[in-house]
Design a protein around this ligand. Sequence first.
Ligand code: SIN
Ligand code: FE2
Length: 226
Amino acid sequence: MHCSDGGPANLGLFSDSDLQQPARIELLGPQSRVLRGFALPWIEALLPPLHAVLGAAPFRQMQTPGGFTMSVGLSSCGQLGWTTDRHGYRYSPIDPQSQRPWPAMPGVFRELAEAAAQAAGFPGFAPDSCLINCYRPGAKMSLHQDKNERDYTAPIVSVSLGLPATFLFGGQQRNGKTQRVPLLHGDVVVWGGVDRLRYHGVLALKDGQHPLLGRQRINLTLRQAG
Ligand code: SIN
Ligand code: FE2
């Protein structure tokens, strides 16, 4: 998959295609990284199982404990799925809509997440949950921490697909300063360690048309939840 490093024909400035381009890594914090284009080589293998998962567990708009309907459509795969309703936020092995277990996590999801975590300095990542978020134009995710997981030793791996979005990456407190990070199709954000509980969110999605995914952004959030 990778072109040979340091060969005379390739000084590392250019490569034949996206598939051979080493990911550009951007630092958001001491233990948070944006891996630009990291997921691009996986997209072709990832979309068919994603469609199968969504066939078995379609996107639905969940209620927050405060009684609001989320603008983002949610689904999950893996042993545990994140859900919310009037009773609170939690992980469940059962899809509350179908009353059946969530679809199994496709192997390619796990492989991509493990490779991304490793590239960001977190070897041995073994996700048991993948939250699938669907943003239509106007949908947004307000600032929050990911803290329903059993412990915080594993990082969060977040894969962007489809339309571009602006990711907000804040601090340890809700009212702290936030960085605005543009995320494109194929980008992967990884945060863990001292950055594991940093606030984050997504600004309202701008309208557009993506060649592969159409008028939406899909985000995969892979976690070790249980
Ligand atoms: C999330 O924090 O659940 C979603 C982040 C994203 O969509 O990029
Ligand atoms: Fe989150």
